[in-house]
Ligand binder design. Structure first.
Ligand SMILES: Nc1ncnc2c1ncn2[C@@H]1O[C@H](COP(=O)(O)O)[C@@H](OP(=O)(O)O)[C@H]1O
Ligand SMILES: [Mg+2]
Ligand SMILES: [Mg+2]
Ligand SMILES: [Mg+2]
Length: 307
């Protein structure tokens, strides 16, 4: 590993390789056909063999290379288990970047990794494969500063010969990479929201945005990808359902690309290691016109969701 690069870039570069290998595990488990589904807190909160194995493997890999790094992952799995030896290749593209001065000071023991080994689990179990992502977010001084998103089944509808899967990454002050930026067609207001965790408050808030179209898809990572690729104008989720591992990597990439992700009151999300995991005041994000969407959040939503 290029020992001369700042540790933040070295960790992100390793995370890039690990996320690619994680994507291979997720594809393999799907092709084997036995997902090993268990319910965590009811039928809407599932865990599969892929969630468990990817978390164990990434945690083990990062611990071997960065022993002082603190990793907080979604799944409660044994540290030992039978993780795969994830020796992913490092991203030279990341290692060669010039790190913003503020971030280049970060020490290994000051970085927090927020890990969602498989985002969009419900959709994974239902075969909506391109909703699934692996999210590895890096926080420094309580802020989401860098992230990697692997989308294991990207392109799976493109037919034989198409390259399956992709990895998107970003760092504050450097930018966002690995995706196809695009504008929203015809200046339309397209709201993207949950597919499997709706309720009245979630739907009221979506309606208050006065959308031309509502897109319901799984995964926090997938929804932020839709914002940066011009498929949606705003990600609106008036629910305490997401956790820090859902938002850290997507937020860092969106912010690096010039967008904004906050709670329903417009408060920044915090990522220090002792923070409450739940994003209890919901999630609102947009690449452009963020304030317009924030101003449309209705009073009953604000009253119901407390930070
Ligand atoms: N009511 C709820 N209970 C548990 N998890 C929830 C939830 N609402 C959202 N989430 C989690 O937030 C992420 C995005 O949700 P959604 O796809 O509905 O937009 C998913 O992450 P995971 O798939 O990693 O668990 C999902 O499980
Ligand atoms: Mg989950
Ligand atoms: Mg998730
Ligand atoms: Mg998950």
């Amino acid at each position: 590993m290029a020992a001369s690069a700042p540790v933040l870039l070295r960790v992100l570069s390793a995370a890039y390789g690990a996320a690619e290998r994680a994507g291979e595990i997720i594809r393999r488990i799907m092709s084997e056909g036995d997902l090993g589904i268990v319910e965590k807190n009811g039928a809407l909160d599932l865990q599969t063999k892929a969630d468990r194995l990817v978390q164990q493997s990434i945690v083990g890999y990062l611990a071997r290379h960065f022993p002082a790094l603190k990793v907080i992952g979604e799944e409660e799995v044994e540290a030992g288990g039978s993780p795969e030896l994830l020796e992913g290749s490092l991203s030279d593209e990341i290692l060669q970047q010039t790190c913003p001065e503020e971030l280049s000071k970060a020490q290994e023991n000051e970085l927090i990794v927020w890990l969602d080994p498989l985002d969009g689990t419900k959709e994974y179990t239902e075969g909506l494969l391109d909703h699934v992502t692996v999210l590895i977010g890096l926080a420094y001084q309580g802020k989401a500063v860098a992230g990697v998103i692997n989308q294991p089944f990207y392109n799976y509808k493109a037919g034989k010969g198409a390259q399956l899967g992709r990895t998107v990454w970003g760092v504050l002050g450097i930018g966002g990479f690995g995706f196809h930026p695009a504008a929203i067609p015809g200046g339309k207001c397209i709201v993207v929201t949950t597919r499997s965790h709706s309720n009245k408050l979630v739907n009221d808030c979506v309606d208050a945005m006065m959308p031309d179209k509502v897109v319901r898809v799984g995964g926090a990572g997938n929804k932020v990808l839709q914002l940066i690729e011009g498929q949606a104008s705003a990600y609106v989720f008036a629910s305490p359902g997401t956790k820090k591992w859902d938002t850290c990597a997507p937020e860092a990439i969106l912010h690096a690309f010039g967008g904004q992700l906050t709670d329903m009151h417009g408060n920044k999300l915090e990522y220090h290691p002792t923070v409450k995991h739940q994003n209890s005041a919901g999630v609102l994000a947009a690449l452009n016109d963020f304030d317009l969407f924030l101003n449309r959040v209705p009073p009953n939503v604000k009253a119901a969701l407390h930070p």
